[in-house]
Design a protein around this ligand. Sequence first.
Ligand code: MRU
Length: 345
Amino acid sequence: MPVEAVRWAEGELVIIDQTLLPTEYREIRLATLESVWEAIRVLRVRGAPAIGVCAAFGVLVGVREKRPTSAPDAVRAVEETVNYLATSRPTAVNLFWALERMKKVAEGLAADGSLKDFWHRLEAEAIEICEDDKRRCRAIGDHGAGLIQDGNGVLTHCNAGALATAGSGTALAVMFRAKELGKQFCVFADETRPLLQGARLTAWELMQAGIDVTLICDNTAAQVMREGKVQLVVVGADRIAANGDTANKIGTYSVAVLAKAHGVPFYVAAPYSTVDATLPDGAGIPIERRSAHEVTHGFGRQTAPDNVNVYSPAFDVTPAEFIAGIITEKGVLRPPFAKSLAAHA
Ligand code: MRU
């Protein structure tokens, strides 16, 4: 596995500060609850599964900071921490899924146990959420690698790699595994405006792994498809509704439309922790809005007039009918997704 985006190192929460990549690789320690919230908010740690894992460990940081003196006190500390971290970003359901798991453990221990047991149980749960994600990534890679054939061009959007998970990634896990199996293929990485996760992170990860990657501007995707250079698209997901509608990084929907127009199969790779079965379809997925500054002053240079109106949703929803398959840890699910997702839940 090339990198560890988030880890628990003998009681310390350590992440790679992804805002510095690709020019600087730096690990930072998140020692306060506020720093955990801020790291998620400004995308020092990002990608749906990685946010969930970071938040699980963040609960430990928050509880430690609150210094509870009894088990019921500790339960309150967990609840407060969970509620606070849940305000960091709205779209990736893995965040809420992980926080809910932590809250459940705390509630289960509420009444009698000692404070020491409480801590150990909570820590064990966060570690299990992290290890569980690693296993899911591996399984996604195993199931998805068969979709890539020798000579294929694979297009991806944003970053769904090791940096976005606790393990080897989702969309990129498929590529890492295909490479391990000796397949010959190349990848087109959309740069992914405005925060350039494709250029800064995906291109970096794939190059580290020795995979043939070509960076393209987002608006080049149609052209490479028309030139016959792309045989499949694989992207990650932030939230998948019960019918398969999928929220992912802004621009994913346009890639799906382009793929359909060019007869290229479009795959989503995600663990079940990204599935939100409470939502019948994508209409109810909350979409994060980001600041105008990220668009007008990207990476240190003003590129738009002062005070111009900006609209910057961070994610969009690809309707299920554009998706050929969802690569999960349980296998490659096929439409109709309402059935296949429910059958493997
Ligand atoms: O805003 P980001 O960088 O957190 O957005 C990340 C994505 O959209 C990823 O594709 C998604 O979270 C899947 S990560 C395995």
